[in-house]
Design a protein around this ligand. Structure first.
Ligand code: ADP
Ligand code: MG
Length: 246
């Protein structure tokens, strides 16, 4: 088996026409089953994605086995073809818009997840209160929000068909929250210019005012704190601090 990706908590292997996501021992069972259930639910919407084939254990470790999608992810393609960056960015946004045009009533609610993450964070009670007030005032929609939509989670096959992977964080909710999250992911990855280009283009293509999207930034930044490194924390605190900037 060939290793395709290595992370702190899992290793991703290719085994012929299958991808095996093998988690470290003692990885949260609810999180693994949640990822599997999310993937199964979103499969039914007709979005192009690898089908989940098995949830199993290998050497006492949980594994999720899916179809293998042969191709390159958009992050690799953007790096390899700088001249086509704009084309890939347009493609990236169109794919997200397609996902956000769909609903899937059984998914967990974005609003609930954000509320829980804010509560679990180590922010002061005052900041938590401000963030919760802002969250409660946001329009309640039910769009499919991928939750980790970044170019490495979009795979382009040789024939040009596009697949979206990594559905562990999907919820249903307000599309602008998902867009704010992608904006933040570009920034956390050190890609400030791409972040701004992305936000500008998404706003134009969707007819969503930028300020609608920016209002979600403090919330999605707070929700990301639990996963952040020390360096990322500083950056996130800056975004949370600007709670009153729009
Ligand atoms: N079904 C799949 N087919 C092809 N490649 C995959 C598949 N699942 C994952 N990969 C590759 O492995 C990488 C990591 O997997 P992913 O599910 O995105 O986990 P994470 O981003 O949480 O580490 C992806 O960026 C992709 O390159
Ligand atoms: Mg990924």
């Amino acid at each position: 088996m060939e290793v395709i990706a290595e992370r702190k908590t899992k290793t991703v292997y290719r085994d012929n026409d299958k991808t095996i996501k093998l988690f470290v021992e003692n990885y949260s069972k609810p999180d693994i089953l949640n990822e599997a259930l999310n993937q199964a639910r979103v499969e039914q919407t007709g979005i192009n994605m690898p089908k989940l084939l098995e949830v199993t254990k290998m050497e006492n470790r949980w594994a999720l086995i899916s179809e293998h999608i042969e191709g390159k992810n958009l992050q690799q393609l953007m790096e390899e073809n700088p001249d086509k960056k704009e084309e890939y960015m347009n493609m990236f946004i169109d794919i997200q818009l397609n996902i956000l045009s769909k609903t899937c009533p059984m998914l967990n609610k974005l609003q609930d997840k954000m509320k829980r993450k804010i509560e679990e964070s180590d922010l002061s009670d005052t900041i938590k209160y401000d963030l919760n007030t802002r969250l409660a005032g946001m329009p309640k929609h039910n769009k499919i929000c991928h939750g980790d939509f970044n170019p490495s989670n979009v795979i382009v096959k040789e024939d040009g068909t596009v697949y979206v992977i990594d559905w562990a964080h999907v919820t249903q909710g307000n599309a602008s929250a998902d867009v704010a999250r992608t904006y933040l992911l570009f920034n956390l990855d050190g890609k400030k210019q791409e972040a701004e280009e992305y936000l500008q283009k998404f706003s134009e293509k969707s007819g969503t005012p930028k300020t609608y999207i920016q209002r979600w930034i403090p919330i999605v930044a707070a929700a990301h704190l639990s996963k952040a490194s020390e360096e990322e924390r500083k950056f996130l605190m800056h975004w949370i601090d600007v709670v009153d900037y729009v």
